[in-house]
Design a protein around this ligand. Structure first.
Ligand code: PAF
Length: 282
């Protein structure tokens, strides 16, 4: 399996193997791979003859230095997991310098307001960091298709917006959330939970499912109140936000409309570890 650590080496290899008939599928990740990432790779493998995965913990999208320092870095294990999917997959694992060339800063993006909701409110600058790295990676890899998990639904919508506004020639494919047996959405951050916390974190998906049920007959504000009250009774979990929002604009649902698609979004701290999840409501 080929692993490249510099963009020059990756680009010259890709130039040497791509033809006008090639289709390049790309899965950008920050490593600590789990079944969710592997399902993106499998999807990419089924639709493209060249597949690239990047493994890069992008410093500019972290607003919390402790979160960046503690983010799991497990390149060797990741490579083994990728090999088990296919040893034809090309790995790009650059250094910070290879990407940022000594200037580790984000560009500023206008995502038509999508960046101001939820994650954007609670993680200032996060989506400028995501936009900066994803745009840079697209320029390097030049994929035809790029695969992103729906767990980060706001990120997925923002990347679709960026690609449309900047006319980047890539199709963005959103893929379903993978869950652990107890319903907890798979995330690299789950590795930092104790076995007990991991078990208890099943409550997040349970609450999302219950919200889905409630939303059929109740307003968004009634569901919001119920979620807040439920978390007040679970002291190990601190609710950061729960928002029912319209899928396209990500604006909070103030009055339900039959023609709009809604989703619930949640961010919860479990002993300083921040977990997010989302569910479609209708
Ligand atoms: O979703 C992620 O893992 C990251 O935000 C991404 C898209 C790889 C950019 O660093």
């Amino acid at each position: 399996m080929l692993i490249f650590y510099t963009q020059n080496d990756l680009v010259s290899h890709l130039n040497s193997i791509t033809t006008s008939d090639s289709s390049v599928g790309f899965v950008p990740t920050m490593g600590a791979l789990h079944e969710g990432h592997l399902s993106l790779l499998k999807e990419a493998m089924s639709q493209n003859n060249i597949v690239v995965i990047s493994i890069f913990v992008n410093p500019t999208q972290f607003n919390n230095p402790e979160d960046l320092a503690k983010y799991p870095r497990t390149l060797e294990k990741d490579v083994e997991k990728i090999k088990a999917v296919s040893n034809k997959i090309i790995v790009y694992a650059p250094t910070v310098d290879d990407i940022y060339k000594g200037k580790t800063v984000s560009k500023h993006f206008d995502f038509d307001g999508l960046e101001n909701q939820m994650e954007g409110k609670f993680r200032p600058g996060h989506f400028d960091g995501v936009g900066t790295i994803v745009k840079r990676l697209f320029e390097i890899v030049k994929p035809n298709y790029a695969y992103f998990g729906e767990k980060d639904f706001q990120q997925l919508q923002i990347i679709k917006k960026m690609v449309a506004k900047l006319e980047i020639p890539v199709s963005i494919i959103g893929c379903p959330i993978h869950r652990e047996a107890n319903g907890l959405a798979m995330s690299s951050r789950n590795e930092r939970l104790t076995p007990e916390e991991r078990k208890e974190a099943a409550i997040i998906f349970k609450i999302l499912k219950q919200s889905q049920k409630l939303f059929k007959s109740k307003s968004a504000s009634v569901v919001n109140e119920w979620v807040k009250k439920t978390f007040d009774k679970t002291p190990n979990f601190q609710l950061e936000y729960f928002q029912i929002a319209e899928e396209d604009t990500l604006l909070p649902c103030l009055r339900k409309s039959k023609i709009k698609k809604y989703r619930a979004f949640i961010a919860v701290f479990v002993n300083k570890i921040r977990l997010i999840d989302t569910i479609s409501l209708n």
